[in-house]
Each structure stands twice: as structure tokens, then as C-alpha cells.
Design a protein around this ligand. Sequence first.
Ligand code: SF4
Length: 399
Amino acid sequence: MSNWESAMIDADRNKDWRERLKASISHIKWSESLQPIVDKIMTNIQLDVEDGCVLFETNNLNELGHLANLHKIAMFGNHAYFNSNVHINQTNICVLACRFCAFRRGPKASDAYAMSIETYLSELKKFSSFVNEVHSVGGLHPEWDVDHYCDLFRKVKEVHPHISIKALTAVEIKHLSQVSSLSIKDTLLKLRDAGLTSLPGGGAEILDDDVRQIICNGKESSQEYLDIHETAHAIGLPSNCTMLFGTIETAKQRVEHMIQLRDLAARTKGFQCFVPYPFLPDSTRLPMAQLSTGQEILRVIAISRIMLDSIPHIKAYRMNIGDSMAELALQYGADDIDGTVKQESIMHLAGSKTPLDYGVNQLAKLVTRSGNIPVKRNTIYTEFEEFVPAKQPRRLPVV
Ligand code: SF4
């Protein structure tokens, strides 16, 4: 087993990945639709919206996946990353009502909840001996302000100093700044000083305000999402970014979404990971959603890898796409899967059946089955450790 560290900006990515990629793609005979894209990659020309749309239209998914996987191999070899974390969704009470959301409740709903700091800590205590990250997102509680979260984060760090806090999506940050009458920057500074490590990427949905108006009216605008992440990066809080696909967006809107994130990442170097995930329809209010097939999920993963050269990691978010699809995604350009998780409501209420009781050995096995070497990482992708799954006792032959 080996340990190593990297600067967050590269997050373990090979510095010479472009040259490695060129060496691996130059001798392959590509189809007529992909060859012009490969030619651009060979001459360091960044792909544009039109190229992204060609990738969405290309017929040969396996060829697309191969190109994406060669990107991944050039960047990370056969490493694939995971972490040991727990999700705690602190409240489902929300002042908004996004149409794709199966999780939120009004304050008077019989199953509405808002964890006290004590309850949150006792939940975390159940897992703290074997996780190093807590991932917390929730509804926009009408009364909780930034001081509530600062108290919570201080307590978490006091009791569990080894645990990194990845919490609060961009819309939660915006809501806290409004409830607390603070600027976005001052809100983030207070949270950072209280112990917040990084921001998850949730809430990007599709960065197109016409789409947002229909699927998540009242949420932060596309520009606000980008500005909040830019402000976080500027004060030393790295973040992830996401894309919810399979609602009502077009392929072009997906590509434009990716390019906005790619441009911000190129400026700030603060995005660690892109997490694309399909809309799950259970208990939601979007009957017109197009939904995504397995092929579409793999296509989006592959295109993310090819388009997003300024964001190091692409995550196969197994909480949403399931373990079988996550295993395949690790061969279609993804290099990262979500961690042990242990409990999760947002995707499961919308229909996810992904198991929640995984330990690191099971995760490592999933990675190994995909043909990769499992590497355990920390929250901010600066510490890595190759992980060798414990040997299982051999089964006795049946006689
Ligand atoms: S997605 Fe978030 S902001 Fe929208 S309703 Fe659900 S909990 Fe509230």
C-alpha cells in the first residue's frame, strides 16, 4: 500500500496528460464524425459547442467511450478514486418547490424534519470512526441562518476533528446570505472559519435560465451559481459542480452548461470534480421529462470527460446511477465514484435503489471489477492511498 499527496490544482492528474493522450489517439482510425474532434485535440484546439453537439449525435457509443477512456487513462492511468464518507441531510424543510425534487417538505408536513445540532452529532457519531468526510445538503430552512451552521460546523470539528465537512450547495449559500443579511462572500468566510472544508456541486441543474424557470423556479440563476462557486474558490474553498440531465433540456444546453463550468474552472482552478446525474422521476412533478436511458448516461459521462479539460475528476455518482452503471461509467471516462455514503434521502426518495451499506472493501471491489486500481482519497483530492481489498475467505466447494 502506498501513500502520496498532490497539489489540489492537479488532484493527482498527470501533468503531461495531453501529450500522453495524443500518443494514444494518433494511430487509431476514428469514424468520420469523431475524426475532426480528434484532429482538434491533436492540435490543442479547445472543443466548442458545435463539437459537443457532434459528440451527442455520434452513433457509435463504444467509440465515444473509448475516446473518453483514453482521456481518463492519460490523466490518471488505471487509478479510480473513492472516499469513505457519510451523507447527512440535515433538514427536508424547504421554502422552494423545485419540480424535480422528491425530497423537500413544507414545514407542516407530517414527515418534515429539521435535525437539532445534537441529533446531527449523534447521527455522525455512528459513523465517525470509519469516515473522514460528512456530506451535508438539505432544504432551505426558513429560520436557520449562517450562525446556526457555524455552530454546527464548530461542534463537528470539536468532536470529530478528523472529519472534513463538505456541505451546502450554492442555493443554500444564497439562502443563508439572505436570511443572515450578509454578502455571499461574508457568508462563505464565516462558514469557512467555522470549519467548512468544501462545497458540493448540487443545484447546478442546467445552467440555462429558461430551463431553470420551468424545473426549479426561484432557485439561484445560472450566473449566481457560477458567482457563488467563484467566490468560494477565491477564499480557498474548493468545490464540485454537477449537471442534472434528462429533464427538458436539449443536447446543446447540456454542452453550453459544461462549457460555462469549464471556463470558470480554467479561471479559478477551484472545481475538483464534475458530477453529472440523470433525473429520477419518482414523487416528482415533471411529467414532460425525457428521462435518460443507460446509453444516455454513459454518453453524458464520456462527453463530460472529453469536453471538461479544466476539471480534473468526473464522478460516476452511484447514489443516482446505481452500482452496475457506475462500474461501466468507470470504463467510459469517469475516474471517481461516490463513497461509502451510508445514508442518503434525496436520490432514494426519487427512486434510487443503490445500496447504502457499503464498506470500503465493497467499493474497492466495484472499482476493481471495472478494471481499475482503487485509490482512497481525501475530500479535497490532495491525499491518496492505493487500496487493496481485504481477502475474503474462500468458499468451500459444494459436494
Ligand atoms: S432541490 Fe433543494 S431547493 Fe429545490 S425544492 Fe428540493 S430541497 Fe428545495
